[in-house]
Design a protein around this ligand. Structure first.
Ligand SMILES: Cc1cc2nc3c(=O)[nH]c(=O)nc-3n(C[C@H](O)[C@H](O)[C@H](O)COP(=O)(O)OP(=O)(O)OC[C@H]3O[C@@H](n4cnc5c(N)ncnc54)[C@H](O)[C@@H]3O)c2cc1C
Ligand code: FES
Length: 307
């Protein structure tokens, strides 16, 4: 039962359905959280109390990786929630980094977690529906792919569903072992391009180089590579240096671009101002203003940010 609610946000005890290691240091967790799943939008996150004591004191933020329709067991009867029914689970994809994620990785199915969500402002899909003929490019670096699966699910189910062949996902990682979710995107009908820094799979180099190379090819060649038939909209999530480069590339090429930022957070709900970033002040171009990643983001227009 909800303990605390605002208009959209809930605090609940969510039962862990599964918590599985999917690669070295990477886990997927499925939570039974119907009320949060039904409100969630791609790009939003949940804020998890990883422990019942004060170590760690602060909650940890995780993007909503996917929402699902879990088998319901009612007495002797089993009933599958169909896609037309409301979602009842949340999936997270997380990387073990420190104390909070180490505790999460030890959690077992059946245990409960105190979560707050859905939080923040997600990707703006509505405005992009007007780009009906757009090529949509999703770019994920490392664990930054986490929110992009939910986004591609939503894009393929939205009014752009007939355009799903036009969604290309660029995945970047250090090595092929660290490429995650390729199958998830392909199952949704997206085209997937891979960049690994050591060249063990796909393009050798950074995912930003793969993007820039493709865009440069278009401006020089009469026929553009098939995966880059513009015009475009870009959605990206990953480390800040990667997002900064993508913002510069998209600005040079005049491509609308939204980025999802990761910033260390304290309250997670917009009260402490501990997660602010500098953004342009369109009323006074000499100056800037601060915006909160947890409340005004984590998704921002890439050109709004002062990098
Ligand atoms: C909106 C948002 C969405 C996120 N989504 C995901 C997700 O889907 N999957 C996932 O694995 N992680 C995600 N993160 C990052 C996740 O919150 C951190 O990995 C987690 O808080 C680390 O906690 P910890 O106690 O394990 O590590 P800590 O012991 O707190 O830190 C370990 C190391 O990780 C670094 N670190 C910690 N938090 C962050 C952060 N927020 N950004 C960058 N570096 C950090 C620290 O500087 C330190 O070097 C997200 C963060 C935000 C703000
Ligand atoms: S974490 Fe407190 S305002 Fe963002």
């Amino acid at each position: 039962m909800p303990e605390m609610t605002t208009q959209k946000m809930l605090q609940i005890q969510a039962k862990i359905v599964s918590n599985t290691q999917v690669a070295e240091n990477y886990f997927k967790m499925c939570l039974d959280a119907p009320l949060v799943a039904q409100k969630a939008e791609p790009g939003q996150f949940i804020y998890i109390k990883t422990s019942n004591n004060y170590k760690p004191l602060l909650r940890r933020a995780f993007s909503i990786h996917s929402i699902g329709y879990r088998l319901l067991v009612i007495g002797y009867r089993q009933k599958r929630q169909s896609q037309s029914q409301k979602p009842n689970t949340l999936e997270l994809l997380y990387k073990v980094r420190g104390i909070g994620t180490e505790i999460l990785a030890e959690k077992k199915a059946g245990e409960e977690l105190d979560i707050i969500g859905p939080l923040g402002k997600g990707f703006n899909i509505i405005s992009n529906i007007k780009y009906q003929k757009s090529k949509i490019i999703l770019i994920g670096g490392g664990i930054g792919i986490a929110p992009l699966v939910f986004l591609s699910e939503k894009l393929t189910k939205s009014k752009i569903k007939n355009q799903k062949s036009k969604i290309t996902v660029l995945l970047g990682a250090e090595t092929k072992e660290k490429i995650l979710c390729k199958n998830d995107f392909e199952k949704l009908g997206c085209e997937v391009k891979i960049a690994t820094e050591d060249g063990s799979q796909g393009f050798k180099g950074k995912v930003t180089e793969l993007l820039a190379k493709g865009l440069l090819a278009i401006s020089h060649l009469p026929a553009s590579p098939a995966w880059l038939g513009g015009p475009f909209a870009i959605y990206a999530c990953g480390p800040t240096p990667m997002l900064k480069e993508i913002a510069q590339i998209s600005q040079r090429n005049k491509i609308p671009c939204q980025v999802s930022l990761e910033e260390k957070m304290a309250c997670g709900i917009g009260a402490c101002r501990g997660c602010v970033i500098k953004v342009k002040n369109y009323k006074d171009e000499e100056n800037f203003i601060y915006k909160r990643v947890c409340k005004d983001g984590p998704v921002f227009d890439a050109q709004e940010i002062i990098w």
